[in-house]
Design a protein. Structure first.
Length: 118
């Protein structure tokens, strides 16, 4: 009986730990993401739900929904300065997102996760 209760307690503890870790990994700091977007003038070309020079974040999230490489792809896009294509056909280098401290991948990942959550 004691062995069975100990096993149930262990299984329950593992389940709670797994749930907590997965929730923490998926948690987005919305205020920090919006602040970083504002600091980098992302909202000059993008909006959450309306097309501007760049696609709406809801459209970006829809495009990448369910794709395993979504986060990696968007991080590459906002950190490399690669060309962005516009509706009129012209291309420009995408602005590289700057963080403080420089190149803080946690901040960049949070921003990308926020975009993908739209």
């Amino acid at each position: 009986m004691i062995h069975r209760n100990c096993m149930k307690t262990t299984v329950a503890a593992i389940a709670v730990a797994a749930w907590t870790l997965s929730g923490a990994a998926l948690a987005v700091d919305v205020d920090a993401a919006k602040a970083l977007a504002k600091q980098n003038n992302c909202l000059k070309c993008h909006s959450i739900d309306k097309e501007r020079d760049g696609p709406a974040y809801k459209k970006v999230a829809e495009k990448y929904k369910g794709k395993a490489e979504a986060e990696k792809r968007l991080i590459e896009h906002i950190t490399s300065g690669e060309k962005a294509k516009f509706a009129d056909g012209h291309e420009e280098e995408h602005k590289i997102v700057k963080t403080s401290p420089p190149k803080d991948m946690e901040q960049i990942r949070n921003l990308v996760q926020w975009i993908l959550a739209q």
